[in-house]
Design a protein around this ligand. Structure first.
Ligand code: DC
Length: 258
């Protein structure tokens, strides 16, 4: 039986970390695809605002690897559900929408374009509305299972730097190079506020800090595939490091381990 279908209705989000039921779901997601590429994968996890995206993209460029932004996939699934008016309290409908989604990453000179059902939604998936609703999908086992399948098939095709929340723990547990990127809450909030300022957006620093703390709690405490450091992941605290220093450290780690 596919995870999240039939009898699973209404059970999502129940249970604490380490609960036998949710451990079974994580194990099922992990085993849903027998191919677990690991030799040519750099797995980067960490909380919001740790600088994963920009750093991972640069590390991929330096190594000549593909870059996989798995957060963009959860964003795309959420955008599609909102766009089509799928009931957000119906896990089966949300999972069906995710399975039906045609998702493409198109590499362009100015960055990667995210295309859902032939629509370029690169900007829309970053909207506050999408960000606010992702947690309704990212805790549904069948949604995660589908996206994990796509992530593994991407990683099977080319050497890849993949970043997200469960890359080293669930998506590519065999990856030989795993990194957990972290920074203090204040530092992550300050970086996010600065980024918003450069985009010309209004910034309320206390609000940004509150939102990041809230997302940390949602990501770390959700029942299925919570954000946590894999036992064999190298912990890198970027609070006192410049982006150049973080990139150099990760490229060095990848070259040592792959
Ligand atoms: O990295 P990001 O902020 O774009 O990710 C958006 C959300 O997607 C994040 O709050 C949690 C979820 N996510 C996830 O559950 N698993 C991943 N591998 C990546 C992202």
């Amino acid at each position: 039986m596919a995870v999240g279908s039939g009898n699973d209705k209404g059970r999502h989000g129940r249970g604490a970390r380490g609960h036998p039921y949710t451990d079974r779901i994580d194990a099922k997601i992990m085993n849903s695809d027998k191919q677990h590429p690991g030799t040519q994968i750099v797995a980067i996890d960490g909380p919001a605002g740790a600088g994963k995206s920009s750093v991972s993209r640069r590390v991929a460029g330096a190594l000549g690897f593909a870059f996989l932004d798995t957060g963009a996939m959860y964003r795309a699934a959420t955008w599609r559900a909102l766009h089509l008016g799928i009931p957000l309290d119906d896990p089966e409908a949300l999972a069906a929408s995710t399975r039906a989604m045609a998702l493409e990453f198109q590499e362009e000179p100015d960055g990667v374009r995210v295309v859902v059902d032939d629509l370029d939604v690169s900007r829309e998936i970053r909207s506050p509305e999408v960000t606010r609703h992702i947690h309704l999908l990212d805790q549904i086992p069948a949604v995660r299972q589908r996206l994990v399948e796509l992530q593994r098939s991407f990683g099977c095709r080319r050497p890849t730097v993949a970043e997200g929340r469960d890359i080293g723990t669930v998506v590519f547990p065999q990856a030989r190079c795993k990194v957990y990127l972290d920074a203090s809450l204040e530092c992550r909030a300050e970086r996010r506020a600065a980024e918003m300022e450069t985009q010309g957006l209004p910034v309320n620093r206390a609000e940004v800090l509150r939102e990041i703390a809230e997302r940390d709690a949602l990501n770390m405490n959700r029942a299925v595939s919570p954000l946590r450091r894999a036992e064999d992941a190298i912990y890198v605290d970027t609070t006192e490091l410049t982006p150049d220093q973080v990139v150099a450290r990760l490229v060095q780690l990848a070259r040592e381990r792959l």
